[in-house]
Design a protein around this ligand. Structure first.
Ligand code: PLP
Length: 226
């Protein structure tokens, strides 16, 4: 890692603004969520000090270990929701992006009511055959309606993970499907685009990018850290 975190942050923001202009969109109109899994707190802290406002984490325990030492940011849960962890997830995060089934919504709804704090959520869509989690697009209207009926939750839009493939057209089409599904169910947040596919995501209308390695550098270890 030769480049420091602040430089990396500003370079990525500039590249995002350039891409937005190239596809005829307003620069600055996209939320950048830094996804910190596997990254030590010091790396995250440097990006936050450089201007990053939103931080995402996949694993509850890792997040709870790292958050106390960080400056205030909006915290997004982007990992798989285990219903028995819903209470801690709702207490630790400001936004939950990965609601992919009614049971997860119900558990978060109870937690949000107990905490007396409305919880913004996104519906996680599955637009890629290799993805393990996410709601099939055909079932999204039904899940959205279910989530809107749950007290304490505020459904703001859709999150999806693009397919892992070199076929840029296939990536773009998967993101278009996510955009179309958002249009069908309503909402203003389209959380698509990671380190390898954020350009396609912006062209498909992404309003929120979730970037790990392209922002923080290579993850020291794959996946979960002790
Ligand atoms: C890890 C992860 C990201 C970021 O991935 P990078 O390829 O490092 O940008 C974004 N979203 C989710 C749900 C993730 O698990």
């Amino acid at each position: 890692m030769s480049e420091d975190a602040a430089q990396r942050y500003h370079r990525l923001r500039d590249a995002i603004d350039r891409e937005l202009r190239d596809c005829g969109r307003e620069p600055g109109g996209v939320t950048l969520v830094g996804v910190g899994k596997g990254q030590p707190s010091e790396v995250l802290r440097a990006s936050i000090e450089a201007g990053l406002h939103d931080l995402g984490e996949n694993y509850l325990q890792e997040a709870r270990r790292k958050f106390p030492s960080l400056p205030p940011v909006r915290k997004h849960f982007v990992g798989h929701i285990q219903t028995n962890k819903a209470r801690q997830i709702a207490a630790t995060f400001d936004v939950v992006q990965s609601v992919d089934r009614p049971e997860a919504g119900l558990a978060l709804s109870k937690a949000a009511q107990d905490l007396d704090r409305p919880l913004p959520v996104l519906l996680q869509l599955n637009v890629s055959p290799a993805e393990r989690f996410g709601c099939p697009p055909a079932q999204a209207p039904w899940l959205a309606e279910t989530l809107r009926g749950l007290a304490g939750l505020r459904l703001e839009g859709v999150m999806a993970i693009g397919p892992l493939t070199q076929d840029r057209g296939a990536v773009f089409r998967a993101f278009e499907l996510a955009a179309k599904t958002l249009a069908a169910i309503g909402g203003s947040t389209l959380s698509i685009g990671m380190s390898g596919d954020w350009r396609e995501a912006l062209r498909a209308g992404s309003t929120m990018l979730r970037i790990g390695e392209a922002l923080f550098g290579p993850r020291p270890a794959k996946g979960r850290q002790a």
